[in-house]
Design a protein around this ligand. Sequence first.
Ligand code: NIG
Ligand code: FE
Length: 438
Amino acid sequence: MIKADCVVTGCRELATCRGPIPKRREALNDAGLVENAWIAGCGGRIVFVGSEEEFRRTVRPEAGAVTLDAGGLVGFPGFVDAHTHLPFAGSRANEFSLRIQGWTYQQLAARGMGIRSTVRATRAATREELRDLCLARLDEMLLHGTTTAEAKSGYGLNLADEIKQLEAVRDAGALHPVDLIPTFMGAHEIPDEFRDRKEEYLDLLIHTIVPAVRDQSLARFFDVFCEEGVFSLDETKRLAEAALSAGFGLKIHADEFVSLGGTELAARLGAVSAEHLIAITESGVAALAGSETAAILLPNVPFFLMQDKKAPARRLIDSGAAVALASDFNPGSSMTSNMQWVVQLGVFQMRMTIEEALNAATANGAYAVREHDDRGSLEPGKKMDLVLCDMPSLADLVYHVGRNPVKHVLKEGRIVVMDNKVVYNGRVVRDDRVASSP
Ligand code: NIG
Ligand code: FE
């Protein structure tokens, strides 16, 4: 008999997202749906997914096992949000008002707003303040079903403040059930004090900050904003090579506004992912098709920036790229951490199917941070990160736009959201029943 210390009974529909990962082409359209599913875990990992009858034959719950009745609920794996800029301070609501009046993101950036204004606020914040901002945001994420999130620095842009951001991520991750995967993004922008000395900033990154972040094991990945007016293709390549030789996995913000060849470079260098891809060209699509480099699409960005152009999700999927969906949570171009909304945009604005969008936000999200052996799908051996929703069917996750259906969340087999309340470390931390939309 299989031992279990956590049992979830009678899920009406369970989208397991199981199967070989990354999911490409038709495989992305299969959510691995199981009806009337029972799930069991032991030590935080899944040991069983199947019918009640099979459960009773093969699983023996230990005395005192956590049991949750999921009668009538719909379940899926916790979202893996593979692209966020979580540890930022300040707000850009003022700038947002200007954008509503017609200013573009690039015009604002050229006038010292944009990323550089968040840099000023983030430099002024203490490590503890940043940690607390992260913790509050992680509660929001968890209440909407995210159980793992990547978190990029890149609002410090000097040694001390980049390290402070990454330490805040580490501190928050140690206190909160949502797992955080840190990415060093000192190459997010050229800081004001190096505005006319970009070459010196590249030197500082390559020779001082990259080695320091590596020596303190503060990040797994390195990311760079390859974009007109930020880092050129050649500069991106130099930075990427330095990061790879320091042992970081590589991610590239590529083809967000202007195509510079960042996607092709990402594939050529064996990057873990190329991210954004709104302005990707046919050669970029060809470079990602069948490559190991994941295509992380961020549909809230063109929505939030009120741009008509979207990343060509269908073209990427149909050509065999490993497509993931993520929030790009940041104060300038994507002020949301709600992965349900990202899934909805994947369907409404990029013509993905519901199954494709869900797989892209879970299994392929995990692939895009190279965590797919551990999480992102509900199958024996993986972490028991499970979201249970009060909704009639999986389709309602998209069909009922803007409603948060999440009722319970389990993280590694422990209940961390119960009846819409965050409840970790045995305490009710946050009650969102009143705040959540009807
Ligand atoms: O992914 N593109 C660069 N970075 C972010 C925006 C960050 C900001 O505006 O603060 C992005 O869109
Ligand atoms: Fe980003």
